[in-house]
Design a protein around this ligand. Structure first.
Ligand code: PGA
Ligand code: ZN
Length: 424
């Protein structure tokens, strides 16, 4: 039974305050969870409550959310069995009482929801992935390493936000981690040799001031080859375009020029034809449904098209996409929707609709590793949690090493099978 719930304000990886929640059970178990925060957030995400008090942390404090946990959300679930996750999440949603969790804050609600799950797992003496996923949780995800950062995550001129390495040809997760990391180091040398800066962006990737997005892909391919791997067979590549950020009044502005949807669709089709691309996320803006439909019809059979800002881990938004035949993959960010149960609902809906799911961190992260366990629990087969550098990113990749070891012979690395549409 849940005996007490506490919360505090801690810092995230960008030096901004965030919520940490601690749950105490009557058997003496204590577990905590910390909440991440985005920079290129979707307009339809659940509400992140910040104090707005300019005298503290430039208005970004989360003392109101902390108070909501201590004064309202915690007391509302005291005495409830910790394993009753769906009932607890329902209580949290009802206590908040708004559609987008704006009164108590999705950051407050998510912290409680995740801490409850961790405490329940601990109380059952099970690793989190096993508690959440049951006996069939066994699939280690392909890590998508974001090794070049642009857009809102870096101060360079690159429009696209993320450039991924996807080591699909590895035999194990541990090997995929090594491959991606080796290429990451080679990439640094290549950028340096070409005269570019090798400082890091928010997600641990390099943030060079490249003249074009295509150049980013060229650098990835060169680094893969130079590290001794075969592009496409061993290691594929991918993009998070985060197009909502450069879409305004019906116009996409990329590399200093205005693009129509048709031009962009042709551009992406050309990239897919010329690079071993397994996944493209948010290639178009969050409310450009017609553009998304065109894009999906044009290249959706050849490449994974992921909806992040488009779906915001929201089963209702995802259902709209499914009904319209838009995209073919769901990006899963726990804080976009705000409870574990709703996150699992979104993933289940994706799976039964033939959409893949990619677990995801946020650009503002903490040492919390819940998403690593969640990826294995639902056998998602894919996770993106930044570059293989910076501890808030590496913490998740390291947790997956522990899970792989824990599973032993039962562990299966998703590899190429995680990307059923990839033909390259
Ligand atoms: P965010 O970026 O956490 O800043 O929203 C991650 C993403 O767009 O996938
Ligand atoms: Zn994204």
């Amino acid at each position: 039974l849940i005996e007490a719930v506490n919360a505090r304000e801690i810092l995230d990886s960008r030096g901004n305050p965030t919520v940490e929640v601690e749950v105490l059970l009557d058997d003496g178990i204590v577990q905590r969870a910390a909440v991440p925060s985005g920079a290129s957030t979707g307009a339809f995400e659940a509400y992140e409550l910040r104090d707005g008090d300019k005298s503290r942390y430039n208005g970004k404090g989360v003392l109101k959310a902390v108070a909501a946990v201590v004064d309202e959300l915690g007391p509302a679930i005291e005495g409830v069995e910790a394993s009753e996750q769906r009932i607890i999440d329902e209580i949290l949603i009802e206590t908040d009482g708004t559609d987008n969790k704006s009164r108590t804050g999705a950051n407050a609600i998510l912290g409680v929801s995740l801490a409850v799950a961790k405490a329940a797992a601990d109380s059952a003496d099970l690793p989190l992935f096993r508690y959440l996923g049951g006996p069939n949780a066994h699939l280690l995800p392909v890590p998508l390493f974001n090794v070049i950062n642009g857009g809102e995550h870096a101060d360079n001129g690159i429009d696209f936000q993320e450039f991924f390495l996807a080591p699909i040809g590895a035999d194990t997760y541990g090997e995929s981690l090594r491959w991606g990391t080796e290429v990451y180091h080679v990439l640094k040398g290549e950028l340096k040799a070409a005269g570019f800066a090798t400082g890091l962006g928010d997600e641990g990737g390099f943030a060079p001031d490249l003249p074009s997005n295509r150049e980013g892909l060229d650098f990835l391919i060169r680094a893969i080859e130079k590290a001794g791997f075969t592009p496409g067979t061993d290691i594929a590549v991918g993009l998070d375009v985060a197009a909502t950020e450069f879409y305004k009044d019906g116009v996409y502005t990329v590399e200093g020029k205005a693009w129509s949807v048709d031009e962009l669709v042709d551009y992406f089709a050309d990239l897919v034809a010329n690079f071993p691309i397994v996944t493209i996320e948010d290639a178009l803006a969050e409310d450009d449904w017609d553009g998304w439909k065109k894009l999906t019809d044009a290249i959706g059979s050849k490449v994974q098209l992921v909806g992040d800002d488009l779906f915001v881990t929201n089963p209702t938004r995802l259902q709209q996409g499914i009904d319209r035949g838009v995209a073919n993959s769901l990006l899963v960010k726990v804080n976009q929707i705000g409870t574990l149960s709703e996150t699992l609902d979104a993933i289940a809906l994706a799976t039964r609709s033939g959409y893949t799911s990619m677990l995801s961190h946020r650009s503002g992260e903490t040492e919390d590793t819940t998403i690593a366990d969640l990826a294995v629990a639902v056998n998602a087969g894919q996770i993106k949690t930044g570059a293989p550098a910076r501890s808030e990113r590496v913490a998740k990749y390291n947790q997956l090493l522990r899970i792989e070891e824990d599973l032993g012979d039962a562990a299966v690395f998703a590899g190429r099978s995680a990307f059923p549409r990839f033909k390259g």
